[in-house]
Write a protein that binds this ligand. Structure first.
Ligand code: 5AD
Ligand code: SF4
Length: 455
């Protein structure tokens, strides 16, 4: 049986006398790692306002959905969820529904034009959430989609929603100042701002004290991090030194901004993982130029060569878009050949999806037919499967260090974790625990995972 869910008006009057009587917030997150971390910031803000977090939508007084606008199908999924929330509201009319994040920022008031959504709040306005929730208690709707030049939520310790307690994110910056022609992010997340490094270190120490074993530093473009005279390479060194027992990762690097200094710091500190996410988007210089990526195919490949020189066992992953405006068969073949040259270990691959008001939507026609986009994307995915398998086969018979993250999804008798190169390893549990750093001999692999035994 549920603990009695107080009606909205009662919520304010009884809070926060007994824990069990706290109003409950449920949050669903879509999109990137930054959104995952933002949901944790939102949970911290709402906890301070007297809410408890629940994983059971059926007992929530407040349902939030943290949204993504990067591709149309991401938004379509969220519309589907909103219809589901409508059913939930029919059952319990006192429930409030909030749309937060990128889609809230993009669609603003129009999201309120239905009988589902009560609150709309953009990525820089989360501190306003308790106030807007209170407004809904008197039957009003609430919206705040102001973007900020300063907000980094640097004083807020995120409430970690992933309960395994091994890996965590720290956002080191917000927003983006690049104008990649296809991308809606600069419009939904605003301009770039870095976070005070002292607050990054404070959050890192909290994680370490709470037993976390790995941190991923997040930013849309980490290489342009800057706070006074602290640049990304400096911050990375500070983090590696402040928590020598923790693994350190970061994402995302922009090929035009990544410096050799960052690579040297990676090579210097053993606890910084040998793995770089370096989105290429296309292998054709002409398309890269139309995308406004500000590097050529040759410059990108030179970056990869430098990475391999400085960190020989570094894994490299990427993002690729198939079928951008004006992409010819030759451009597509350039992407395939670049993938082979780069020998990616892993890739996220997408069909181009036109986003309203982006530079590409304003300047170019989305002229690659859908069936060609699908065909090219399939070829890209097939090639990446081969490359990932090749990468995994290289690890056969070797001994790798794995940070144990969880019980395997397939079998309760197996554990799973990642290598420094971010490759997923599955192995029989024996007497290992989640959070252990263990040595595994790799005995088998697929294109998705490595399999091994404890040594
Ligand atoms: N269509 C397809 N993919 C996109 N991405 C960003 N915008 C679009 C778009 N309009 C991809 C890019 C980016 C990743 C996060 O999402 O590859 O690196
Ligand atoms: Fe979008 Fe480009 Fe900024 Fe990445 S760097 S968030 S792709 S505009």
């Amino acid at each position: 049986m549920h603990i009695s869910s107080p009606g909205k008006r009662t919520i304010t009057s009884i809070r926060p006398v007994f824990d069990r009587e706290k109003p409950k917030m449920y949050i669903e997150t879509y999109g990137c790692q930054m959104n995952v971390n933002d949901s944790e910031v939102v949970a911290a803000i709402m906890q301070k306002a007297g809410y408890a977090v629940t994983k059971d939508i059926g007992e929530a007084n407040l349902i939030l959905v943290n949204t993504c606008s990067v591709r149309d199908n991401a938004e379509q999924r969220i519309w589907g969820r909103l219809e589901y929330f409508r059913q939930e509201k029919k059952k319990r009319p006192d429930v409030s529904v909030g749309v937060i994040g990128c889609m809230a920022e993009r669609l603003k008031e129009s999201l309120l034009e239905n009988n589902i959504v009560d609150i709309v709040i953009g990525p820089d306005a989360y501190r306003d959430l308790p106030k807007l929730v209170e407004k809904t208690e008197s039957g009003q709707k609430g919206i705040n989609v102001l973007l900020s030049r300063e907000e980094t939520y640097s004083d807020i310790s995120p409430v970690r929603l992933d309960k395994t307690g091994v890996t965590a994110f720290i956002s080191i910056m917000r927003g983006c100042n690049n104008v990649c022609a296809f991308c809606v992010v600069p419009y939904t997340r605003g301009g770039e701002r870095s976070r005070n490094p002292e607050t990054v270190i404070r959050e890192l120490k909290e994680l370490s004290a709470n037993g976390y074993k790995e941190v991923t530093l997040l930013g849309q473009n980490v290489d342009s991090y800057s706070w006074d005279s602290v640049y990304f390479a400096d911050l990375l060194a500070m983090v590696a030194e402040a928590a020598p027992d923790m693994r350190v990762r970061f994402s995302t690097s922009h090929p035009k901004d990544m410096t050799d200094n960052v690579l040297k710091i990676m090579a210097k500190y053993d606890n910084i993982c040998n793995c770089i996410h370096l989105p290429v988007q296309s292998g054709s210089t002409a398309i890269l130029q139309k995308m406004n990526r500000k590097y050529t195919r040759e410059e990108y490949l030179l970056r990869i060569e430098t990475i391999r020189k400085i960190i020989p066992d570094c894994a490299i992953s990427t993002d690729i878009i198939a079928g951008f405006c004006g992409e010819t068969q030759k451009d597509h073949e350039d992407t395939l050949s670049l993938m082979k040259e780069a020998g990616y270990d892993f890739a996220y691959m997408f069909k181009y999806s036109e986003r309203p008001n982006t530079r590409a939507a304003r300047q170019f026609r989305d002229d690659v037919p859908e069936e060609i986009k699908i065909k090219r994307l399939t070829e890209i995915i097939d090639l990446q499967s081969e490359l990932s398998l090749t990468s995994h086969k290289k690890d056969l018979d070797s001994i790798v260090e794995v940070l144990v993250e969880d019980i395997s999804k397939r079998s309760e008798n197996d554990l799973c974790g990642r290598t420094s190169q971010n490759k997923m390893v599955i192995f029989p549990k024996e007497n290992c625990n989640i959070g252990d750093l263990v040595k595994i001999k790799i005995t088998d692999c697929t294109q998705a995972t490595l399999k091994g035994i404890l040594i």
